[in-house]
Design a binder for this molecule. Structure first.
Ligand code: NAD
Length: 495
């Protein structure tokens, strides 16, 4: 059974509730996950609370030195971690290594935490009065994470929180939970004191315990939009700081002057990589003009039909299975709905069978043309290897389409026209924008966050916004007795 990690000890849940974890490439149960009870979640929260006073007083440079060692250990254990990700998630080994690398970049960023926490000082703000401001940790912080990046998304959160002086409780996805514990143990091997980082597995019961806890000060959530909204509302109701990142429907606008081969290559990786289970996957292509659209479909069709799909042990595989048989059914139902609504199914990936993996949760790539904005396959996040093409008559129509969609996570424009690109970047109502870049995930020293119903809360995640989220500003104004000249002053102080 997959265990919790509390006070740097693996502990099995004794709640009596369990759920199976699958190998999506075979469809077989690979392990059982204990679903923590409220008491077990509170054990982790209490461990984090007990560790906070000493950890928050540990010099930032010392905290950074642990992050340096953690980063080294992540490199040394990269293959082991990537294999654990692939076994439960299904993504290819190369893709799993890529996710780890992007997570490691956040660890590298927080190795500079002494610099990032440096405050401001003003001498003589009044007669013999000095003032300084600095950012201080919040206390116990918690993270609740999705299945699609079981290592990278947690790494968006706890390295920043911990480097800032907080202690942490992570509740990973119950669908691929093993790698979260492996990685947390490396943090302890790097020298992190007991209780600073804890992992509890579970479902809604565990999440609600975190959200209602009086001890937890801040919650970072990444997952689907309905749960993000729920977490935001319930967490803020009990006075917590919450950042909740939700789902997406990312559009790529292809202008008539774009380098079409470059756009098509970019689309293939961004739409079908990781079986489309990325919050920054491009799921809608918007070619501008009929000619652009016809050429795009002509180039895409053979590539989608020729996708090499297989288990993570197949080194040639470009994508693996989807996460569960439920996810597979949901995706095939949506494809059926698209067909019934009148969209043209150019490539149908529903019947794919992989020899030796007949019970795996595999789907081939699907490609829809002539999709319209009233269809479910356009409005809803499919989160699978399905690309929908919506033809736009003009640039303005394309921009209006992106702006009217309820999600605003990522988008891209492919063009050679600097004016069009600049106007797009100015007017698009989306948080992360790419110009001839299909998945514009910001690097670790910027911050990640969508707009509209792709995020609830005021802070993006990691980077400078992450440091702000996990700290609060304190401003101290001081005067020493030699500076005190007058008696009591009853008017509001001025110079
Ligand atoms: P999910 O919302 O089902 O689960 C996310 C977390 O919420 C898990 O830890 C899960 O245990 C918990 N959870 C699920 N149902 C709950 C409930 N009823 N009450 C309380 N907690 C609950 O998401 P998922 O399927 O694991 O991940 C895919 C989703 O995540 C997609 O929508 C994707 O777009 C989104 N995502 C967004 C980003 C981003 O940065 N915006 C990044 C990655 C994934």
């Amino acid at each position: 059974m997959i265990e919790n990690l509390i006070n740097n000890k693996r502990v099995a849940s004794s709640s009596g509730r369990q759920q199976p974890v699958y190998n999506p490439a075979t469809g077989e149960v690979s392990d059982q996950l204990g679903l923590s009870s409220p008491e077990e979640v509170n054990d982790a929260i209490n461990a984090a609370a007990a560790a906070f006073p000493e950890w928050s007083n540990t010099p930032p440079a010392k905290r950074a030195s642990i992050m340096f060692r953690f980063n080294e250990l992540l490199s040394q254990n990269a293959d082991k971690i990537a294999s654990a990700i692939s076994r439960e998630h299904g993504k290819t080994h190369e893709d799993a290594l890529g996710e780890l690398q992007r997570g490691k970049e956040v660890v590298e960023f927080v190795c500079g935490i002494p610099q990032l926490l440096k405050g401001e000082f003003s001498r003589n703000v009044g007669p013999a009065i000095d003032s300084y401001s600095d950012r201080q940790p919040l206390g116990v912080c918690a993270g609740i994470t999705p299945f699609n990046f079981p290592v990278m998304v947690p790494l968006w959160m706890y390295p920043v929180a911990i480097a800032c002086g907080n202690t942490f409780v992570l509740k990973p996805s119950e669908r691929d939970p093993t790698s979260a514990v492996l990685v947390a143990e490396l943090l302890h091997e790097a020298g992190l004191p007991e209780g600073v980082m804890n992992v509890v597995h579970g479902d809604k019961t565990a999440v609600d315990t975190i959200l209602d806890s009086d001890i937890v000060q801040a919650v970072s959530f990444v997952g689907s939009t309905p749960i993000a909204e729920y977490v935001y509302q319930r967490g803020t109701q009990s006075g917590k700081r919450v950042q909740a990142l939700g789902g997406a429907k990312n559009h790529m606008v292809i202008m008539p002057d774009a380098d079409l081969d470059q756009a098509v290559n970019a689309l293939m990786g961004a739409s079908y990589g990781s079986a489309g289970e990325r919050c920054m996957a491009v799921s809608v292509a918007v070619p501008v003009g009929e000619e652009t659209a016809d050429k795009l479909i002509e180039k895409l069709r053979p590539l989608v039909e020729g996708l090499h799909i297989g288990p993570c042990t197949d080194t040639k595989a470009e994508m693996g299975p989807v996460i569960t048989s439920d996810a597979k059914s949901r995706i095939t139902d949506l494809i059926e709905d698209g067909v019934n609504s009148g969209a043209t199914l150019v490539v149908d990936g529903r019947d794919l069978k992989i020899d030796g993996h007949e019970n795996g949760f595999f789907l081939g790539g699907s490609l829809f043309d002539n999709v319209t904005t009233d269809m479910r396959i356009y409005k809803e996040e499919i989160f699978g290897p399905v690309l929908t093409v919506v033809r736009a008559k003009s640039y303005d129509e394309a921009v209006t389409m992106v702006n009217e969609h309820e999600y605003g996570n990522g988008t891209a424009i492919f063009t050679r026209d600097g004016d069009a690109a600049r106007s797009f970047c100015d007017s698009i109502q989306v948080g992360m924008v790419g110009v001839n870049v299909p998945i514009p995930v910001p690097v670790a020293y910027h911050s990640f966050g969508g707009w509209k119903r792709s995020i609830f809360g005021d802070h993006s995640i990691y980077g400078p916004e992450g440091v702000h989220f996990y700290t609060r500003l304190k401003t101290v104004t001081s005067r020493w007795p030699t500076g005190v000249k007058e008696g009591s002053v009853f008017a509001f102080p001025t110079l």
